[in-house]
Design a protein around this ligand. Structure first.
Ligand SMILES: Nc1ncnc2c1ncn2[C@@H]1O[C@H](COP(=O)(O)OP(=O)(O)O)[C@@H](O)[C@H]1O
Ligand SMILES: [Mg+2]
Length: 474
C-alpha cells in the first residue's frame, strides 16, 4: 500500500498548530467543505465570502473527518474534536501546500490564461497520465484557497502535477505561482475576461505573466504564438529566465497546426511538434479546444513525458457540462442537438461557441438557434463587446437568436434586419419561446455568463427531451 497523503506527525508539523494535538491516525485527503469531507480527511475551516467553515467544523467531524483545523478563538461548544488550533486555517493550508511541494519529486505544470484553463488542465491530466501518476487541481479550484487546496492534496509519489491558477485582479497570480513553483508555465491565451477590473487587455497580459515569477530555475514557458500579446508574454518569460516554447496556428511555432477536421463528436488534428509530424484525435469538438491541445502537447514535451502516448490518450477528453457538452434531444418528429455552453461567457468564448454552432450541421430542414445571455464583468466596454457579436453570429449561419439581458437588447436591434430575433429582459422569460420553437433537426447552442442564468433553460430542455445522459457526445 502506498503511504498516506499526510502522516499524522508530518501534517501537524507542516500546519504548525498549537502543540498538544493528537490525531487518531494519518490524513488521507484534504477538505474545506463539510458536505464532501471523506473519512480520514482533514477539514480546514476557511472563511469564504458567504460562509465561515468554522460553523461546519462539527458537521465535518461527525462526517468522519480525522481533524478540524480551526482558528484561534473558535468556540468548541460540545464537540470533542479533535481540533487543531492555528493562527489562521487558510495560512495553515498554505503551509501544508508548501510542504507538499517541497517533498514532491513530480514534474509540475502551472496553467493560467483568460479561457481554456480547466479544459486544458483536464486534457493534461489524461495526456500526462499516459506517462505516470498525475495529480491535477479538482474542478476550477484556481484561486487563493483553490491552489493551496490542490497543492496540499498532491500525493507524495505523483510523477506529474498540474495546477490551474486564475485571477480577477493584478497581483493575484504571483503568490499562487510562488507556492506551485512550476517547472513549466502555460499561458493558454489572453482576452478581455474580467476586463471590468482592468484598464486594458495589455494589463491582463501583464497579470497572466506573473506566473513566470514562480518558475523553477531552468523552467520553461509555453506561450500562445497567435496571441496579439505574444511579444509581451515572451518578454516577461525571457526576463524570468525561462526557456520559451510556442504553440499555435503560426507556422513558426514549435508546436504548429497543420489541419483540423471535425468528425463524430471530436476533431482529427494534424500538427508538427519540434519538426515531427503527429496526428491524433481529440474527443471533444471545437477549433478552440483543438488549438488548446497543441499547448497540452507542448507541455507534455516540456515536462519530458511521452508525447505520442499523450496524444493518443486525449481522445478520451469530453466536453464538460456547461462548456460544450452535447446532448441529443428527443423532440416531436425526430431529434435535435443541444450544445450546453451555459457555464460562462466572454467575447472569445462566445466567438468560439458560435464557430462550433456554425460547424454543427442541422438535419432535415432544422435550424441553427443561438440562445444567448449577457456576458458579464466587461466594464465600460460592455455595450461594444455585445454589438461585436453581430459578426460571429452572422458567420455562424444562425437562423434564429433568442436573446436575454440588458446588453443583448442592443445587439437584438442590430440583428433584427437579418435574422429572426427574440428578446426578453430575463433568460427565464425565454423558456416558453424556446420550447415553442424547438423542432426536429435543430441545433441549439445556449451560452451566457453564469450570472445571466441560462443554465435553467438547459436543465428544462434536458428534463423534457434528453433521451440519454446529459453528457453524451453528439
Ligand atoms: N482557446 C479558447 N478560445 C476560446 N474559447 C475557449 C478556449 N478554450 C476554452 N474556451 C471556452 O471558454 C469557456 C471556459 O473554458 P474553461 O476551460 O472552463 O476555461 P477557464 O478554466 O479558463 O475558465 C468554455 O466555454 C470553453 O469552451
Ligand atoms: Mg476554470
Amino acid at each position: 500500500m502506498s503511504a498516506p497523503l499526510w502522516r499524522e506527525r508530518e501534517f501537524l508539523a507542516a500546519i504548525n498548530g498549537r502543540p498538544g494535538a493528537k490525531l487518531a491516525g494519518d490524513i488521507t485527503s484534504i477538505s474545506i467543505d463539510s458536505r464532501t469531507v471523506q473519512p480520514g480527511g482533514a477539514f480546514f475551516a476557511i472563511r469564504g465570502e458567504n460562509f465561515d467553515g468554522h460553523d461546519f467544523a462539527g458537521v465535518a467531524l461527525d462526517a468522519g473527518a480525522r481533524v478540524a483545523v480551526v482558528g484561534m478563538g473558535f468556540e468548541f461548544h460540545n464537540h470533542k474534536g479533535p481540533f487543531v488550533v492555528v493562527d489562521d486555517p487558510l495560512a495553515a493550508l498554505e503551509r501544508l501546500a508548501v510542504a507538499a511541494r517541497a517533498r514532491s519529486g513530480a514534474a509540475i505544470c502551472g496553467i493560467t490564461g483568460s479561457v481554456g484553463k480547466t479544459s486544458t488542465k483536464e486534457a493534461l491530466r489524461l495526456a500526462l497520465g499516459a506517462s505516470g501518476a498525475t495529480h491535477a487541481s479538482p474542478s476550477s479550484f484556481n484561486n487563493h484557497w483553490g491552489v493551496p487546496f490542490s497543492l496540499a492534496s498532491l500525493p507524495r509519489d505523483a510523477a506529474f502535477g498540474v495546477f490551474e491558477m486564475g485571477m480577477n485582479h493584478g497581483g493575484e497570480i504571483e503568490p499562487l505561482t510562488a507556492m506551485v513553483r512550476p517547472h513549466v508555465a502555460l499561458v493558454t491565451n489572453v482576452a478581455p475576461v474580467h476586463i471590468g477590473h482592468f484598464n486594458s487587455v495589455t494589463e491582463i497580459a501583464e497579470a497572466k505573466a506573473e506566473i513566470f515569477s514562480g518558475l523553477e530555475p531552468g523552467g520553461k514557458a509555453v506561450l500562445p504564438a497567435d496571441s496579439p500579446h505574444f511579444a509581451l508574454l515572451r518578454g516577461r518569460a525571457d526576463d524570468a529566465g525561462a526557456q520559451i516554447i510556442t504553440f499555435g496556428v503560426e507556422t513558426d511555432a514549435d508546436v504548429s497546426l497543420h489541419s483540423i477536421s471535425e468528425e463524430a463528436g471530436g476533431s482529427r488534428i494534424q500538427i508538427e511538434i519540434f519538426g515531427q509530424p503527429l496526428t491524433y484525435r481529440l474527443g471533444a469538438p471545437g477549433r478552440h479546444l483543438a488549438i488548446n491541445s497543441l499547448g497540452v502537447l507542448a507541455v507534455v514535451h516540456a515536462l519530458g513525458a511521452d508525447v505520442r502516448a499523450g496524444a493518443a490518450s486525449i481522445d478520451a477528453v469530453k466536453a464538460a457540462v456547461g462548456r460544450g457538452a452535447r446532448t441529443v434531444l428527443d423532440v416531436e418528429g425526430g431529434t435535435a442537438l443541444l450544445i450546453d455552453e451555459s457555464y460562462n461567457a466572454n467575447p472569445v468564448s462566445m466567438a468560439a461557441a458560435l464557430t462550433m454552432l456554425g460547424a454543427a450541421a442541422p438535419k432535415d430542414g432544422g435550424r441553427r438557434i443561438a440562445v444567448l445571455g449577457d456576458m458579464l464583468e466587461l466594464g465600460d466596454e460592455a455595450p461594444r463587446y455585445h454589438l461585436d457579436l453581430a459578426e460571429p453570429i452572422s458567420a455562424s449561419g444562425a437562423d434564429m437568436v433568442i436573446l436575454s439581458g440588458p446588453h443583448m437588447s442592443g445587439l437584438g436591434k442590430v440583428l433584427r434586419k437579418k435574422i429572426d430575433v427574440r428578446y426578453a429582459p430575463a433568460a427565464a422569460d425565454n423558456q416558453a419561446v424556446l420550447l415553442a420553437e424547438i423542432r426536429a433537426g435543430d441545433v441549439i447552442m445556449i451560452k451566457g455568463s453564469l450570472g445571466s442564468k441560462l443554465g435553467p433553460l438547459v436543465a428544462t430542455l434536458l428534463r423534457r427531451y434528453a433521451a440519454s445522459a446529459p453528457h453524451s457526445k453528439g
